[in-house]
Design a protein around this ligand. Structure first.
Ligand SMILES: [Fe+2]
Length: 391
């Protein structure tokens, strides 16, 4: 991770990255105290087998811990329930070991254990209270390679009844430590590897081409995009046990979290947000499915509007994805789309109706969707066309 430490990026967690680094967890926890709350997902850590020795190791390190398992995405009710259980118990450090949802759970619980009331009171656009930034120290240990939540300052919290997905956000909510061990992702099922990988790729593309991108971490983002494009299809097509490919995708996910915190996201996430709030479509599937049709409209618009700046940004990615040389920016924009098309045809993601997205959801999604920081703003009619393609 030389490239990360050399960049002196403000607001990052302490990053510990590498195969086998999970074994350092007890020592890291010890530096915060001796009472821990460990939040895990239902399955992933168990399946990997990497957590089996953890209770004994914690015992040897004289760390007392309580463990909580969580399922599905964090909801206000589930977060409040965990917080009320642990408010009166000493907790020196919280560790979340799991996918993006588990890490968001941990992030929200670490914030709410130092705050009064319900997490709902502090959500952007929903609550009336401003998060103070106070929290219990928090260590994020991703077992998937996707959301990059281990490096972001927000936790996404959903309320499907009210149909929203909103953020609990504060600069101080960036995890204190991101312990990223690609070995933890080796046993991920294929469909989760693909969905998470496509989420990371979407985040990298959208933040790199965002109107808010300031160029300051471009080398980092382009390196992550290069690794993601080298590993996505091989991981999906039989090389899921290759630790060097897993490491490239874990790195891509981590950097996607770093860059999205700085530059924001675009229309894929602008549509995926309300889509996931209103219907139970997994976030990575939504992003992966939306990526090609959304980018088809975006590229058409930036070429039609002669947006040279955006063309250059997409061309940078097109060069990396295609490995070609010798064309102009418009050529590489088209190469970029060509590679997304190839991924879409190869990975054959299911239509979103299979996950419960209905025609009735569409009108509401269209009314709530936006283009975020995309260099091309999609109209409601265009969003409707895209949703019809993916449903
Ligand atoms: Fe995402």
């Amino acid at each position: 991770m030389e490239s990360l430490s050399a960049l002196n990026i403000i607001g990052l967690p302490e990053i510990i990255f590498g195969a086998g680094k999970f074994s350092e967890l007890p020592k890291i926890m010890q530096s915060y105290g001796h009472n821990a709350l460990i939040i895990t997902g239902g399955e992933s850590l168990k399946k990997s087998g990497r957590g089996d020795a953890l209770p004994l190791q914690l015992n040897q390190a004289q760390i007392k811990f309580k463990a909580v398992s969580v399922w599905n995405e964090p909801t206000t009710q589930a977060i409040d329930a965990i917080v009320s259980q642990f408010r009166k118990i000493p907790v020196d450090v919280i560790v979340a070991i799991g996918g993006g949802s588990v890490i968001d759970f941990g992030k929200a619980v670490s914030a709410m254990l130092a705050s009064d009331g319900s997490v709902k009171d502090y959500l952007e656009d929903v609550g009336t209270k401003i998060p103070s930034g106070a929290k219990v120290p928090f260590i994020a240990v991703p077992t998937t390679a996707g959301t990059g939540s281990e490096a972001t300052k927000n936790a996404v919290v959903c309320d499907r009844k009210e149909g929203y997905k909103k953020s609990l956000r504060h600069d101080a909510y960036v995890p204190d430590v991101a312990l990223v061990d690609p070995e933890l992702t080796l046993t991920l099922p294929r469909h989760i590897t693909i969905a998470c990988g496509l989420d990371a790729v979407s985040q990298l593309i959208e933040s790199y081409t965002s109107t808010k991108a300031d160029g300051s971490i471009d080398p980092l983002v382009l390196k992550a995009l290069s690794g993601a494009s080298e590993s996505l299809l091989p991981l999906a097509l039989g090389q899921s046990n290759d630790i060097s490919l897993r490491a490239k995708m874990s790195y891509a996910a981590l950097v996607s979290g770093i860059t999205l915190s700085r530059s924001g996201l675009g229309a894929v996430h602008g549509i995926a947000g309300p889509l996931g709030g209103l219907s139970p479509v997994p976030h990575g599937i939504a992003c992966g499915k939306l990526l090609f049709p959304v980018m088809t409209f975006v590229i058409k618009k930036i070429i039609g509007e002669n947006n040279i700046v955006a063309q250059k940004r997409f061309a940078d990615i097109g060069k990396i994805f295609s490995g070609d040389a010798g064309g102009d920016d418009i050529f590489y924009c088209k190469q970029f789309l060509g590679v997304l098309d190839k991924w879409t045809r190869t990975l054959k993601l299911p239509q979103l109706s299979r996950f419960g997205m209905t025609a009735a959801h569409m009108e509401k999604i269209i009314s709530l969707a936006d283009s975020k920081n995309s260099p091309a703003v999609l109209s409601k009619e265009e969003i409707k066309v895209i949703l019809e393609v993916v449903r």
